[in-house]
Write a protein that binds this ligand. Structure first.
Ligand code: ATP
Ligand code: FE2
Length: 328
């Protein structure tokens, strides 16, 4: 069975093609780059609708299939920015109706986990999902992916990007801050952001910006922001590992590109005798292949949807989804 999946929760419009035998035939994408400032939802959606046909053509050509070979369409139904989700959902519905094949909306956060389990051959990890729009520590228990901890305000990627933007570094700022951080070892005091099992980054962001105005160097601030926020992320992940006694840890999302975060999680995992995994960045950042793969899993487990049930779900939480393709 061949599934074509549309991703469109935020910056990325992606089309992935996967088979139920476990082959990724294509994974094409186009990433919206704001001219200035952060992501503008309407402009991102406009960019997605400008690009989706080309991305779709590229994916179908790369997979070397004919449209009639497609058996199933999936799409990112949520969570995400309404205008972007709507663009991907509309493309998915149009194609499903035209091809007369079933359509399935999948949860974007869960797709991140499932593609990682698939590419890294991981069984039952505690997952740290960190991106521009999401920050969650997730693990499977009793038919659902449970959120063990999450940000109470901004996502870690958003925190890094906003700081960067405010000091004149263009979007996305995460990678530039990582480079700057390598040039310092001077830890500046910033508010530590663990609250119970949850995280909060907005106070730290304000304080880092205040210290910048007062003359702290960008290198020192980049280093201190990373050390501080990553320690908080690792602390919550560690507690989830200790509680669940799972012996696999996985890092996914765009911020997974960060080598320092990987190093800290790797160390923590080692201390708990857990194996540590990071999927290749092609599958870590937002992509269509993870949506296609999740569509196949859901369809294989018997999930069916009418077109009327494909309305987008902007605030669809990870733990609202039953995952019948996994057994307890
Ligand atoms: P989502 O819809 O899942 O929230 P997204 O639109 O934010 O995703 P991703 O590609 O998953 O897209 O993640 C992008 C984020 O990753 C940006 O915030 C970017 O700054 C961050 N990022 C990328 N590389 C690095 C890095 N080396 N260090 C830190 N952050 C990084
Ligand atoms: Fe994502």
């Amino acid at each position: 069975m061949i599934c074509l999946g549309f991703e469109g929760t935020a910056h990325t419009v992606g089309v992935g093609i996967a088979t139920s035998e476990g082959e990724i035939l294509a994974n094409e994408k186009e990433v919206y780059q704001p001219d200035e400032g952060g992501i503008h939802p309407r402009e991102a959606a406009q960019s997605h609708s400008d690009n989706v046909k080309e991305v779709l053509d590229k994916a179908v050509n790369k997979a070397n299939i004919e449209p009639e070979d497609i058996d199933l369409i999936s799409f990112s139904q949520g969570p995400g920015l309404g205008s972007c989700l709507r663009t991907a959902a509309t493309s998915a519905r149009a194609l499903a109706v035209w091809l007369e094949v079933p359509i399935i909306g999948v949860n974007h956060c869960i797709s991140h986990i499932e593609i990682g389990r698939f590419t890294e051959n991981v069984n039952d990890p505690v997952t740290l999902y960190v991106s521009g729009g999401n920050t969650q520590v997730i693990a499977y228990d009793s038919s659902r992916y449970r959120i063990f901890g999450e940000t109470l305000d901004v996502a870690i990627g958003n925190c890094l990007d906003t700081f960067a933007r405010r000091v004149g570094i263009p979007h996305p700022g995460g990678p530039r801050l990582e480079e700057l951080a390598k040039k310092s070892e001077n830890l500046i005091d910033l508010p530590y952001s663990v609250k119970g099992m949850d995280l909060s980054f907005s106070g730290l962001l304000t304080e880092a910006l205040r210290k910048y105005e007062k003359g702290a160097s960008l290198e020192d601030l980049a280093y201190s922001i990373q050390e501080n926020t990553f320690a908080a992320l690792v602390e919550v992940t560690e507690r989830a590992v200790a509680h669940t006694k799972k012996d696999e840890v996985m890092l996914v999302g765009g911020v997974a590109a960060n080598q320092r975060l990987r190093q800290m999680l790797d160390l923590m995992s080692e201390e708990h005798d857990a194996d540590f995994y990071v999927p290749p960045m092609e599958f870590c950042a937002d992509n269509g292949a993870m949506i296609a793969w999740n569509g196949l899993l859901a369809y294989g487990a018997g999930k069916r949807q009418e077109i009327g049930e494909t309305r987008i779900r902007q605030r669809w939480r990870t733990d609202e989804v039953r995952v019948p393709w996994r057994s307890d």
